[in-house]
Write a protein that binds this ligand. Structure first.
Ligand SMILES: [Zn+2]
Length: 151
């Protein structure tokens, strides 16, 4: 990947930058699992919208870097792979939780209807039995766990 820079939050060299347009860049750090973009600034409209929908823990984990960007934990949700989210009672006591998705079996299809496509069923479901916790710095291990990147 050629768009990797040093992360302004954690200092790792695994921060992926994407230029959406002239004014907006998105940042996704594989080192710490946090993300931000050019619109995520204090008192900004985008950030106040995020505050309305984000869980408390995500808001508690907001981190403003030296350049004024506000970072938040990412949330991964991939139907055929699994999900990763920040989990825990507080910003001082949290971890990443990763859950694998598994194929829906023939006999349980009725339990997983696809609301967007009447008559069809989801092919995968999140299997909460597979939930595994990872520390903040182990975000990449969590990605491997659900099969997004090779082990
Ligand atoms: Zn980082």
């Amino acid at each position: 990947m050629d768009n990797l820079i040093i992360c302004d939050r954690c200092g790792s060299d695994a921060c992926y930058v994407d230029e959406v347009n002239q004014d907006i860049k998105t940042y996704f750090c594989y080192g710490c699992g946090f993300q931000t973009n050019s619109l995520m600034v204090e008192d900004g409209e985008f950030l106040s919208q995020q505050k309305e929908i984000l869980p408390e823990l995500y808001k508690d984990l907001f981190h403003k870097d030296e350049k004024g960007k506000v970072w938040m934990p990412s949330a991964i949700n991939l139907h055929e792979k699994g999900m990763i989210f920040a989990n825990g009672p507080s910003a001082f006591d949290w971890h990443w939780s990763a859950v694998k998705s598994v194929p829906v079996k023939e006999e349980e299809k009725h339990k997983y209807p696809n609301p967007k496509k009447p008559g069809e069923h989801y092919k995968f479901r999140m299997d909460m039995d597979t939930i595994k916790n990872f520390s903040e710095k182990e975000f990449m291990d969590a990605l491997s766990y659900i099969g997004v990147i090779p082990e």
